[in-house]
Design a protein around this ligand. Sequence first.
Ligand code: ADP
Ligand code: ARG
Length: 391
Amino acid sequence: MSVFSVLRSKLIKFSPHLMEKQERCKKCNIKCGLIKVSPDVLRSLEDGFQKLSESDSKSLLKKYLTRQVFDELKQKKTSFGSSLLDCVQSGFHNHDSGVGVYAPDPEAYVVFSSLFNPIIQDYHIGFGPEHKHPKLDWGDISSIENLDPSGEHIISTRVRCGRSLEGYPFNPCLTEDQYREIEEKMIKIFNTMTGELEGAYKDLLTMSKEEQNKLIDDHYLFKEGDRFLKSANASRFWPIGRGIYLNNNKTFLVWVNEEDHLRIISMQPGGDIASVYNRMIEGVHFLEQNLTFARSPRFGFLTFCPTNLGTTIRASVHIRIPKLSSNKEKLNSIAEKYHLQVRGTRGEHTDSEDGVFDISNKRRLGLTEADAIREMQDGILEILRIEQSFH
Ligand code: ADP
Ligand code: ARG
């Protein structure tokens, strides 16, 4: 590679507007073929592709990264300088991934659409390339019922959504200064929260290990060292810029700069999903008075992982179902029928402890917020009905 082309690619990486005079790609309408992918990146791509093909990985990445798609995409870059490797390296390193891809920046969903589209369609159950995410609709909260009024099965309920701040790329492209800048911006806003949402921000940088572990064990804080995020290049400068806002009642939380710029979370003991959901919406409304969230006409709210696009809503219960817990096949078949996802007690990629599962809606894209909550509610009510029918 000549000195000139190295300089040019560096300049374009940091100043995408320099590409303005260049031609746009007919397929993705972005100048995706202009910055050369380096021979090292191409070698890592070929090597990772070969190893994944020979593995018994069940990931969506392996399913949809055919040789044809790989050859079509391996030379492309977004105007942030992200290559196919930035999208797939987590799935290349972790063959036990369920999905295996992340979008290093918002353009990646378009430039690498031949890979993202079928993965999105599979995960979000039928959201095809011709589909558009519907307009935001929180729905009628008064129609949502308590999922377990007797309190016998549901230990707690949590609803979260993810938000990206417009004008910033996702984790792998954020600079150290941008991490600090986002955190500072958020602290200013958190300091103005009042009423039920009033609380305090704790940054990870100065938090003691004991406090961090207690917050993780109590299900408030994200875990440390997620290997899927790490190999996606999403943990650079950790713990700089990362932290958690907690209201005084510990029922409203915001994660800053973990997987997404923001995760807005509401949770409380029991099955009163209407109160939990309502509090999360209140929090979102407050934050959006001061921030602009990145939203695409096709994908709704934009997130780092394609599984979270659209509504970005994951509404979950921690539920004790001893009978179904000893009949996993039945539990999985109900989950599949009702579009639910079953996780372990400590979240994603963990096991169930004492027969307690984390069960939530699976899809978040192609349906409204109200639909996502309804989908979870219908599925959980069915699970409880079946659990109670065993005697
Ligand atoms: P998400 O992708 O929604 O952030 P994770 O699977 O990473 O979820 O879990 C994050 C934390 O939230 C974990 O500690 C998990 O146990 C906790 N959690 C999830 N759902 C509930 C719930 N209904 N009640 C209590 N804690 C929950
Ligand atoms: N990349 C991981 C996998 O494929 C996680 C996917 C979904 N979860 C998430 N936190 N984005 O298994």
